[in-house]
Design a binder for this molecule. Sequence first.
Ligand code: SF4
Length: 477
Amino acid sequence: MRVAVLAHETDFEGWRKAARAFRQAGVAPERAAFRIGASGDGLFDERLPLAGPGAAPFSVPKAFVDLAREVILHRSADRLDLLYRLLWRLGGEPDLMKVVTDIDVAAAVERARNVSRASHKMKAFVRFRRIEDEAGERWVAWFEPAHRVVEKTAPFFVRRFTSLRWSILTPDGSASWDGEQLTFGPPATRAMAPSEDEVEEFWKTYYASTFNPARLKTKAMRSEMPQRYWKNLPEAALIPELVAQSAVRTEAMVAAPAPEPNARLARTLSRLNRDGAFGEGFAPSTLDELDQAVQACRRCPLWRDATQGVCGEGPKRARLMIVGEQPGDQEDLAGHPFVGPAGRVLDAALEQAGIDRGDVFVTNAVKHFKHEPRGKRRLHKTPNTAEVSACRWWLEAERRLVRPKVIVAMGGTAALGVLARKVAVTRERGRGIDLSDGAKALVTVHPSFLLRIPDAAARAVERDRFVADLKQARALL
Ligand code: SF4
């Protein structure tokens, strides 16, 4: 048995060096082992084998290297052996990574997906608490990620909280940002993190006030906010009581008189009427103005049942614009595009494609949520051609203001909005299409399509194709 000793659990460079040496020396997977730190039991030959003088150099697909970087963050004990088995097999099967039904490829893809999910949960469920240290205010969070994703995920918090000093403590290691530099430290314990602060009370009050008992879906809630994270979420302490009260509160809501019309809408309508802004020739000159005007739009009937119009968000001069279909249930309530489950799929795919969501202007072909009531739920309905055509006026206004170089249309409705013609997504996806303003469009599927595929292997294939389309859009830039 040949053994390589890696410096730590996520020592990718150490694994890569050892695996390359193993393969060049012809060490088969069943004779290769990887250990963390000193093995100490004396049963193994711990020297890395030296490749013979005739050992041929070799290369592997980038897809494998990218996958391996993710898989090594998984907590499974056999992940390093799995990766070496794949590397070994790539010698005789150069197209192995494309065989998604292969047992090793599927296992690695599944683990990479678990790692990506753990990273997203970390982004969603880290809760900072304020302390004072010798340099002033510092925000500290305790978090227990499902996989070893601290180093992978810390840059997200740097972008999100650039101006704050913060630390995230985990059992795997800690990440700290001092306003200029991100550093990583040793594992921590929960006792090293503060337990509560006054911001927490504010957050709990906010959470309780936004909790809508009529929209309570405990199954979906548990899947989006798994119970393993509850112990570190201040608002989680409120959930059992809020759930228990939901039936009573729903009855009270139903019995209550209809609320006054949306104050924001009333203000906007009155201002636009007063200024005559909705007359012929009206064209918003800023994204804020466009957002306000959409609240007053009556070009089609969809405004009637929606909470609000949801316009695009992102840099004013983004080079890449992503267009979805319409706001969903969560987007309609939040007033922001792509914040629901499809938005999370999109975020993960963008990250995998090497695109920073912060650089992208994200919007929808239709600005109001089209749905039909089903009990307590509001079921999504696809906008028809007339509604998409009516709302193209707003999409084109966004395009004029942002002036993107590339527009990714996700799904048939988005493609209809962008290209003003019906599009067979499967036939036209993934290639640049010239637009009259000099920009390029690229059609792909909508991320909610990926969420609806029941079979895991088929879903993985489609997800990879979706990421490939996004990479193609990046290449067009
Ligand atoms: Fe206007 Fe578009 Fe809303 Fe229809 S969906 S009312 S066109 S903003």
